[in-house]
Design a protein around this ligand. Structure first.
Ligand SMILES: [Zn+2]
Ligand SMILES: [Zn+2]
Length: 401
């Protein structure tokens, strides 16, 4: 076929040609600068944004959150509305907080044998992944679960299959799944580093790594308290999991002695591990901030109890101090504590309930008075009461916890 002849002789000026700007290299997020990251588990009560503000006010540069209520199967909406997620991502970027770690629901049991529980666990884990993506999280931490009557080798296979099924058809982007070691209570899977390594080895093709909890390590029998014990534990981590596959540590002291196999966290320096050990851990050259692949600064995230207002802020400050980096720590807000905020919320709630009850009493009295003079309404005080109760139940349900 002959080439079609142009019908119009177009004037072409090379200067008019649209030349796209070269795609700018995406800048790595500010928190991927190889510096040490100190975070805390922050409450999302009220709003996801509250967790970001708490982490900032506590002097953190990283944080961990739950993306829904951790002890309920339906602890909130399975999906986060995009407008909420976008606001959260923008504010987090503004604050330069990272990594953002999400801790999965405690009810999920990836090692479950019972079909109903297993299905529910996989579905809930899947929802966790979807919410983690929406919030722009870097890591989703999950416990391997409890093996029940199953043999340990069998439960490792079950965990691997559950993770694979739950993450199927989710585009994970930069999100990585972190399997957390356990204290070895009862029939919990994952107290031994070798077992965690086996799980990770079975997850080729899934972006998975490990999160190691210092309190769990200690309770499981790894003596990270002594200098020699720490060295041999680090050697073992490296030869089993690989140190470069541990981007996050949970930094918790332990109420339980070495090998006690119970999971009870304590304030840094007040437990059986002790401040000296945490100093060695935080300054250990092999646990340095810069990871292979130039990815994240290594993160140490607190999950310590907050019994007294300020325990949270003091634990964060303690980690910076023991790392020898107090001068580089982001400034904390004087007097801030998540506990104080929580107490205030409870007080406000109690006051509101008392006010409602007072109002209800007055209404009842008024209606009783009007009924005695003109008994034409059928609504009894008891019916009104139950109506009010169902109303208050409704309003409580919609609140995020
Ligand atoms: Zn955990
Ligand atoms: Zn933990």
């Amino acid at each position: 076929m002959p080439d079609p002849q142009p019908t119009l002789d177009t004037q072409f000026d090379a200067e008019d040609e649209y030349r796209p700007e070269p795609e700018p290299e995406p800048l790595p997020p500010t928190w991927m600068d190889g510096s040490l990251r100190i975070g805390i588990h922050a409450s999302i009560a009220g709003s996801y944004l509250n967790a970001l503000e708490s982490a900032r006010k506590l002097g953190c540069n990283a944080l961990q959150i739950f993306s829904s209520s951790p002890r309920m199967w339906q602890g909130g909406p399975a999906r986060i509305p995009e407008v909420d997620a976008a606001t959260f991502r923008a504010r987090r970027a503004e604050l330069g907080l990272g990594p953002l770690v999400i801790h999965a629901n405690y009810l999920i049991n990836l090692a479950a044998q019972q079909p109903m529980l297993r299905t529910r666990s996989i579905q809930t884990f899947h929802d966790e992944l979807v919410r983690s993506m929406a919030l722009g999280a870097d890591f989703l931490v999950i416990h391997p679960g409890s093996r029940g009557e199953a043999r340990p080798e069998q439960s490792v296979v079950t965990v691997i299959e559950s993770v694979k099924q739950g993450s199927k058809r989710v585009s994970l982007g930069n999100l990585r799944i972190l399997i957390e070691n356990t204290a070895g209570m009862g029939v919990a899977v994952g107290a031994r580093l070798e077992e965690l390594a086996e799980i990770l080895a079975g997850l080729q093709g899934v972006p998975a790594a490990a999160c190691l909890d210092t309190a769990h390590l200690f309770a499981a029998g790894y003596d990270i308290k002594s200098e020699t014990g720490l060295t041999s534990t680090i050697d073992l981590i490296d030869s089993t999991i690989g140190l470069d596959r541990v981007p996050v540590f949970h930094a918790n002291d332990s109420k339980i002695p070495l090998g006690g196999r119970v999971d009870r966290h304590e304030n840094i320096g007040q437990g059986k591990i002790g401040a000296d050990a945490f100093r060695r851990i935080l300054t250990h050259p092999r646990l340095g901030a810069a990871l292979h692949e130039g990815l994240t600064g290594r993160a140490f995230v607190l999950e310590t109890p907050i019994d007294q207002p300020g325990d949270d802020r003091r634990n964060v400050a303690k980690l910076w101090e023991l790392a020898g980096l107090s001068d580089q720590a982001p400034p904390a807000e004087k007097g801030f504590s998540m506990l104080t905020t929580a107490i205030k919320k409870i007080q406000m709630k109690t006051a509101a309930t008392a006010k409602r009850a007072e109002h209800g009493k007055k209404t009842l009295e008024a209606s009783a008075a009007s009924q005695s003079s003109a008994p034409r309404k059928k609504s009894t005080p008891a019916a009104k009461k139950s109506k009010a109760a169902s109303k208050s139940k409704k309003s409580r349900k919609t609140k995020r916890g």
